[in-house]
Design a binder for this molecule. Structure first.
Ligand code: AGP
Length: 663
């Protein structure tokens, strides 16, 4: 889970470097153990790669470049790292250079057969200096380049596409042809996942890239072309983006881009922002970036997390917005399966990780209640290995903010191999999961930068409610007027979320936060996944032991944890569901009787909790299924204020990254 950025411009200057550094700052949430950049000036009579890398956050690299600037360049690649292979050291930071120093490489992913190659290189007298798999690939590319026979012509594809067709001003067409063939040859034999970006001194003015099971998108513009792990990398430069598929090689010049399949056959090429696919169906790879890049600032808040917590009413409203067609029926963003197939679905399995999985657990209550088909939620990394019962009548719903979580990607691939249909609920258009699904329901939360997910969670829940209502509509479980009622009540939730923010964003009424050592969270029905999400937030950003339980489970063991002063958060359902409400109020009594510090979430007007609560967080009365949208806000704020009281880095917590793009 690293951040990768590339820029290829026609003129030399500082723009390529600045573009890459700006892109890295937008991707730093993907990893921040170290950062590095390599640049090359194609207009120089003697192009030479210049590079810098530093351990720690991007700020360290920026300070180093301030002190010792790099030369001007036309081309640049940059990387921000979350360590997988090799410790957090400067020598393990990217970029990695080939033995002769003429090739610079950055990489996101894990090369699973790297150690065998490392040994083989050693036997050839080439010793690696780092512990990384990436350096091994840099040496493999160098050796392939040096041994690749000089081409008889400058064809780049068997179909005869030449370097001149792509970049008429390219000065080293033969070398570029060799580098492309080297990338194809080397990546064909690699095992594992990778996004690779390579610069070579002998063919300046070009970035050659490759991807397998790791994200890569290309940005197209009249001024030059860009690459990134996600569109945020270049969204401030261009809104024209291009999806890159599995096992493809990309040649990026200032004027055009060539995309090849693993066999070197041309898939498409571009000129400025125009896309020319060999097969017209590939034209759909081009898409418009819809992220407003100005949202990637903190907008005056001290942390992205605080900003994103406060953005939730808008994130939910935007996710719910514009979902009805001309006939008033619900629609999805992309549907590549027929409604007949959806009518034939006899079970739903939601696969996701972390917070996204808790959103799925909330959604399950709604989908089963509205659609009357079994709906289970499985952690993506468990799904594949439990030999799940999946058929052509199973709908697998993948929930993912980034759309790049490798565990979830592998789970949907397994599901498809079993014949299931896949529907993606993602926040990142053009992401791998959205591309590989049969149908897509986009959340419109906008970029979520803080590692701890907040607005994506409430947007995912809202999107899943839409999915449940859509399935109920398609399958005839609910009449149109019933669906309209549910939707109307759902559209009232952003205002209620804002009420909770207005009440508690400034003060939660809990003293001595820094003295708290652990917290238990109790919830029942849809409150149960919210309890677990509340615990996860504390773990992630306050580094506290916290655990979410089903309230009914308390007396089956966890109550032994309760001692005087133990903070316990209890989510109390609406009194309008007495069979749930009564039991949870009893749970409060049980823990209070043992001296717990009770922090209670309860609806306005529900006075039944007052006698047992040390703190009450009030939420506006809401339909039971929709309560998570208001309840979770107080828990997000609780974790945020706790982390701030402890002086911790809220947006970039230790050991974590925003998108876990390795298994
Ligand atoms: C949530 O706060 C965490 N950052 C993590 O659990 C996250 O939800 C999980 O890794 C899934 O990420 P995704 O939604 O991008 O797939």
């Amino acid at each position: 889970m690293c951040g990768i950025v590339g820029a290829v411009l026609p003129k030399a200057g500082k723009t390529a470097e600045e573009t890459v550094l700006e892109g890295l700052s937008r991707l730093e949430y993907r990893g921040y153990d170290s950062a590095g950049i390599a640049v090359l000036d194609a207009t120089s009579p003697h192009p030479e790669i210049a590079w810098r890398k530093e351990v720690g956050k991007l700020s360290g690299l920026l300070a180093s470049l301030e002190e010792q600037p790099l030369p001007q360049a036309t081309t640049a690649i940059g990387h921000t790292r979350w360590a997988t292979h090799g410790g957090v050291t400067r020598v393990n930071a990217h970029p990695h250079l080939s033995y002769d120093g003429k090739l610079a490489l950055i990489h996101n992913g894990i090369i699973e057969n790297a150690e065998g190659y490392r040994l083989h290189l050693k036997q050839q007298g080439i010793n690696t200096i780092s512990e990384t798999d990436t350096e091994v690939v840099a040496h493999l590319l160098e050796r392939a380049f040096l041994t690749e026979p000089a081409p008889a012509d400058t064809k780049l594809t068997p179909q005869g596409f030449t370097v001149a067709d792509l970049d008429p001003d390219n000065l080293q067409p033969e070398n570029l042809s060799r580098l492309v063939r080297s990338m194809l040859r080397v990546t064909r034999d690699l095992e594992g996942s990778f996004t690779l970006l390579a610069l070579h001194q002998d063919c300046p003015g070009v970035i050659v890239a490759a991807r397998r099971s790791s994200p890569l998108v290309v940005g197209l513009s009249e001024e030059g072309n860009y690459l990134g792990s996600d569109v945020l990398a270049f969204a401030s430069r261009t809104k024209q983006a291009l999806e890159i598929g599995q096992d493809e090689v990309v040649v990026v010049t200032p004027t055009g881009v060539l995309v090849l399949d693993q066999s070197g056959n041309q898939i498409l090429h571009t000129r400025a922002t125009q896309v020319f696919p060999v097969n017209p169906a590939e034209a759909k790879r081009a898409f418009e970036v819809d992220f407003a890049t100005d949202r990637v600032t903190k907008e005056g808040f001290s942390t992205f997390m605080e900003k994103e917590i406060r953005e939730q009413p808008r994130a939910v409203a935007q996710t719910l917005d514009d979902r009805l067609d001309a006939n008033g029926a619900l629609t999805l963003d992309e549907l590549r399966i027929t409604t007949d197939i959806l009518r034939g679905i006899d079970s739903v399995i939601i696969v996701a990780c972390g917070t996204a999985a808790y959103a799925g657990q909330v959604a399950r209550y709604a989908i089963e209640h509205w659609c009357r088909i079994p709906c289970e939620v499985e952690l993506a990394h468990e799904f594949r290995y439990r030999d799940p019962v999946v058929s052509v009548r199973t709908l697998v719903v993948a929930i993912s903010q980034s759309g790049e979580t490798m565990d979830t990607i592998m789970a949907i691939r397994h599901a498809r191999e079993q014949g299931a249909r896949v529907l993606a609920v993602v926040n990142t258009p053009g992401s791998t999961i959205s591309r590989e699904a049969d149908a897509v329901l986009l959340t419109h939360a906008g970029p979520e930068i803080a590692v701890a997910s907040t607005k994506a969670f409430t947007a995912q829940i809202s999107a899943c409610y839409l999915l449940g209502l859509y399935l109920a509509q398609v399958r005839g479980n609910k009449y149109a007027d019933e669906i309209a009622d549910y939707l109307e009540k759902l559209q009232q939730m952003p205002a209620r979320m804002q009420t909770v923010l207005d009440r508690y964003a400034s003060h939660l009424g809990v003293e001595n936060l820094e003295a708290i050592k652990s917290v238990l969270f109790l919830g029942r029905h849809v409150g149960y996944p919210v309890a677990m999400e509340g615990a996860l937030k504390l773990k992630e950003i306050a580094y506290l032991h916290a655990e979410g339980f089903a309230a009914g489970e308390l007396k089956h063991g966890p109550i032994a944890l309760v001692e005087p002063g133990q903070p316990v958060v209890i989510i109390v359902p609406t009194p309008r569901r007495p069979e749930l409400h009564r039991k949870v109020v009893s749970n409060i009594e049980e823990v209070r009787a043992r001296g717990a510090l009770t922090l209670v979430i309860a609806e306005d007007g529900d006075e039944s909790v007052n006698a047992f609560a040390d703190v009450v967080w009030r939420v506006p009365a809401s339909p039971t299924l929709y309560r998570p949208l208001v309840d979770v806000i107080t828990l997000q704020l609780f974790a945020l204020r706790m982390a701030q009281a402890l002086g911790l880095d809220v947006d970039q917590p230790r050991n974590l990254a925003k998108s876990v793009t390795v298994e």
